[in-house]
Design a protein around this ligand. Structure first.
Ligand code: FES
Length: 95
């Protein structure tokens, strides 16, 4: 994203598996966040109005950096390693 949050869907054809991640760009830095809530593992959604990631299961809320701001989660959303090379973004994911 130029600025803000973009959801990326990743298809891994050889494993017949799909994943999603969030790329977040703020003030020149780019981070990749796992969409898996650290409470009990539901998928969070990004709410553009509040600029928070919201978990539909028990109301967990995370700020744009993935830090917990409300609800039962005790840990932030997991950050994934990111590398930018030749204008391409590489994200490390565990499969
Ligand atoms: Fe997300 Fe419980 S699984 S708040």
């Amino acid at each position: 994203p130029e600025e803000g949050v973009k959801k990326i869907d990743i298809e891994i054809e050889t494993l017949n598996k799909s994943l999603k991640i969030f790329l977040v760009k703020t003030e020149g830095s780019l981070i990749a966040l796992s969409p898996v809530c650290t409470h009990l593992g539901c998928f969070v959604n990004y709410d553009r109005d509040s600029m928070e990631f919201i978990c539909p299961c028990h109301g967990g809320r995370y700020n744009i950096n993935g830090e917990v701001v409300a609800g039962p989660p005790k840990e932030p959303l997991h950050r994934l390693p990111v590398k930018i090379e030749n204008k391409k973004v590489y994200v490390g994911i565990k499969i």
